[in-house]
Design a protein around this ligand. Sequence first.
Ligand code: HEM
Length: 341
Amino acid sequence: MANYHQLFPLIILLISIISPAKTTGNHHGPPPPPLTLNYYEKTCPRFHEIVQNVVVPKQSTHPTTAAATLRLFFHDCMVGGCDASVLVASNPYNKAERDQDINESLAGDGFDVVKRVKTALELECPGVVSCADVLAVTTRDLLVQVGGPNFEVKLGRKDGIESKASNVEGKLGRANMTIDKIIQIFESHKYTIREMVVLMGGGHTIGFAHCKEFQSRLFGPKPDPSVHPKLAERLKAMCANSSKDPTVSAFLDPISAGNFDNMIFKNLLNGLGVLGTDQAMASDPRTRPFVEEYARDSNAFFKDFARAMEKTSVYQVKTGNQGEIRRRCDAFNNLPTGNVA
Ligand code: HEM
């Protein structure tokens, strides 16, 4: 006669057979499908051409578009994954992500280019291409246009059906945070410190920052001694009237703004970082070796940036029935059901 100890494994096995199966992620069927490179090959064969037809003239006439879109994409992906939730407008029932204070400075050209691409795609293949895919591919194409590295963007993301301002806090860095806090945030998104440095450099080699993001480094009570005196002089003159005109902005890469290159890392080694958090990467022993490496080796910067962007582009994506294909990028298809704050 078998004793309890011999029967125990058998009992566990029986329980696991008769209890309902636990599936990963999706409880109502097979796991969600993976992204693929040729997702729209049959349903919207001119997808890439249509994106290009919008993106190229937009960047040529509005050179701030590439930076605006890259920041928009990054801020979307870090909050609940790359699901275009940052594009959704608030309504009386819901304060959306884009109205959280850190997102209020997202520049209009990013939203505009996505809207134009989506409209062009809707005319050719209605209801087929998600806003999340539009944002991902538009960002990549714009980066290539300003001289950045190419990288593969897999497709088939679905658009999120939730966008809440309250989800944003703690997911994105602020320029007045300590380097410890910035590292902690990137680690919470499963980035290495190396990836964090390369993404920051790639992000801040183009684009602008408003005076309020860095002026505490210039004016009292305790000016930051790590700002190069020449840069401090220039930024102070520029920001002198920023309380009257809060739109005044400085290039994040004061030496080669507009060009996607590794100059930002050389700048940081010379005290020419505009944001406090960027400059801190040149002094902290955990980040400085990567700043030095990318300052010397442009190829390593391009290669690592491309890889980190590819990783970003698939972060927590929704596929299959985990989301929808929005008809317009600034509103959920069903309003306001399910989105009441
Ligand atoms: C290390 C953490 C980061 C902090 C604290 C930070 C902070 C900031 C701040 C304060 C601005 C200026 C915003 C304004 O005044 O309008 C800015 C701009 C920008 N950031 Fe970051 N950022 C970080 C990482 C990144 C990453 C990883 C990317 C993308 C890969 C990125 C892309 C950009 C771009 C492209 C701009 C310029 C936007 C424009 O010109 O419209 N940032 N960032």
